[in-house]
Each structure stands twice: as structure tokens, then as C-alpha cells.
Design a protein around this ligand. Sequence first.
Ligand SMILES: *[C@@H]1O[C@H](CO)[C@@H](O)[C@H](O)[C@H]1NC(C)=O
Length: 393
Amino acid sequence: MALGPARYLLFAITGLALFFLISRSAIPIPENIGTKLNPSTYKDSFRASPSSQNDASASSGPSKYIPEASRVNATFVTLARNSDVWEMAKSIRTVEDRFNHNHHYDWVFLNDKPFDDEFKKVTSALVSGNTHYGVIPKEHWSYPEWIDQDKAKKVRQEMGEKKIIYGDSESYRHMCRYESGFFFRHELMMNYEYYWRVEPSIELFCDIGSDPFRYMKENNKKYSFVLSLYEYYDTIPSLWGTTQQFMQKHPEHIASDNSMGFLSDDGGKTYNKCHFWSNFEVGSLEWLRSKEYIDYFETLDQAGGFFYERWGDAPVHSIAAGILLKKEEIHFFNEIGYYHVPFTHCPTGEQLRMDLKCHCNPNDNFDWKGYSCTSRYFQVNNMDKPKGYENES
Ligand SMILES: *[C@@H]1O[C@H](CO)[C@@H](O)[C@H](O)[C@H]1NC(C)=O
């Protein structure tokens, strides 16, 4: 009889311990849990305590704890000017409606000039997560000291006369260099592991049912794309030669099972100009911040082709992914229907399009047309094309 109370106490303690164990670690968190919450309540509570992000111990109840924990350490990122505000509003609206209203990921906006109040007001009202506005440091948006600016100016005139797209533009070149080498090192971006790049005036055609950030993390993917095509040769005449020099200088950086077959038809002698279209990207910031990638970017930057030619960030990111990453670290998101003028990726597979409520015309899909490199990606990876390919190509 004297043991009675002690036994109850023991039961109670064991029970409590078990409860904590189970509630902290063993209950599987459903991927779409965010949809069950009232988004406005959630958003307010999140805004009220931004420092508690991803910090389970600091939250006061399960409704806040679960969705934060189900998010990956990731952000949307946009390079925009104040005058892009309405084009940007359109992009944010499509991303929020098709995906982010269930997840509340943050959004980082970067600009070489400070954002004005209108831009901040309009974009903050549309984003369901937190918004951050950053100015690009001058040294990331100007000429490095080794660049001959007169030579660069002459090139712009010549390329303008030849009617090469953006051939005469100075700001476009700074933008391409920034996207190639700096955005992932901006102080606001240092707070995240993954990014999703969004440009003004894009459109998403389908619901995004499962979280692309989570997919990247759980499957160890470093770079992803929805559209691929051939680059204009006149913008990159010496890019491949510079890349070959890098490969000779840094053989330790080259992945053994890489995607050279995507980039070259002759084992690396020449570049076939295939690249992933980088206005859409979901990728790993930690990969871009790695020594391998930075060494590659610095080799290119020293060579001067961002200014003496017009190297785009798309071929730069693509070649880097092709030689520095293992094949299986690059992913194609068939299920993300996407438009950026002038190309459409409409997911292959009728059932998939129905399930995801897509509103694109499958005849507009660029993937299997002659000017796309996506078939080559499937060949190089020995992968079967998506279900439905036979009927839709
Ligand atoms: C997110 O990633 C960044 C960069 O790796 C890291 O510094 C930060 O601590 C991470 N935050 C969380 C909450 O895990």
C-alpha cells in the first residue's frame, strides 16, 4: 500500500516523458499541413515574431510549430527595378496563388538602387511570407579594376550595330555578372540554403502540389530547370575556351559523373551552346557559395567576357552545373508549368495537367521542339521522358 503513490508518480513521469518524445519527434508531419491553417492568422503570428522562424522551442503552440518546421530554409529571390513593380506584382500573384499561400516562404528583392515605398508596399501586400529589400553593394554592380572600359564600350557599340540582343546594354551586362557571381552572397541571401529565382511578368500554369524546395533538399539536388535551349553564339565566343582553362587549372573541381554530354557533342572540345534557362531556377545557395563555384566564377570574371562579350548568367550557371555537379544533382521539374516571354513549359502528361489544374495549352510546350535541349538532358541521364511524351511531341 505504501508503494501506491510512488507507483502513480512513476506512471505519470513515464507518461509525460513518452508524450514529449512522441510529440517532438515521432509524429510524421504531413507535407500539405499548411493548407489546413487559416493563412491570415498564421501570417500575423509569424510576422509578430520573425525571430522564432524555424525555432520550435520559441513557438507557443502546435499550429505555429508545424508549418515552420515543414518549411525548408529557403527564399524566393528577385532582381528588380522600381519601375518593374506591376510586372513583379503579376509574378508574385501567380507564385502565391499556385504555391506560396500554403507555405509562406520569404521573398528577397534586390536592386542596384534603393526600393521606393510604392514597390515595397505593393509587393509586401502580395507576399504571404516575410519580405526583405536589399541594395546591391556598388562593388558588385560596377567594373572590376582590370577591365578596360574603353574596350568594353567599343564592344557594346559593335554588338549594338550587329543587332545582337542586349548587345549595346551596359546594365544588362552588370545584371548578368551579378546573377553569375554575387546574388547568392548578398547579406540577405546568407540567411538561406535554397533559392527560387522569379523574374517580372512570369506565369505559373499549374498548382505546385509538392514543395520544390523540399524536393531539392530531400533528394540532394543542387540545381533545377524547366526550360532549356541554345545560346546565341555571338554573346559567348570565348566562354568555352575560358572554361577549358579552368578545367585544366582545377581538375579537382570537376565532378567525375558530370553532364559534359549535355554541354558538348565531342567530349568537351566544343560547346554545343545548350543551357538551362536561368530566369527560372530553384537551386542550392550553398553550392553557389562553394569553393568550386566561386573559383569558376572568378576565372570567368578575370577573363572579362561579361564586358568584352556579353556572357549571360544562363550559360554560366549551366556550364558550372554541367561540370561541377554530378548528373543526378540537376533536376528537371516537369510538373511546374511556366512562361517567360517567349517560351512555355507546359507539363507533359494529360493526367498530370488535370491533377494540377494546369491552364496551359500543351501544344505550346517547348520541351520536345527542335530548339530545346531538354531531350538531350534525358538522353545524357538515361532517363525515360515523362509519361505522355509519345502523344505530345
Ligand atoms: C539557414 O541557412 C543559413 C545559410 O546556410 C544558415 O546560416 C542559417 O543558420 C540557416 N537557418 C536555419 C534556421 O537553419
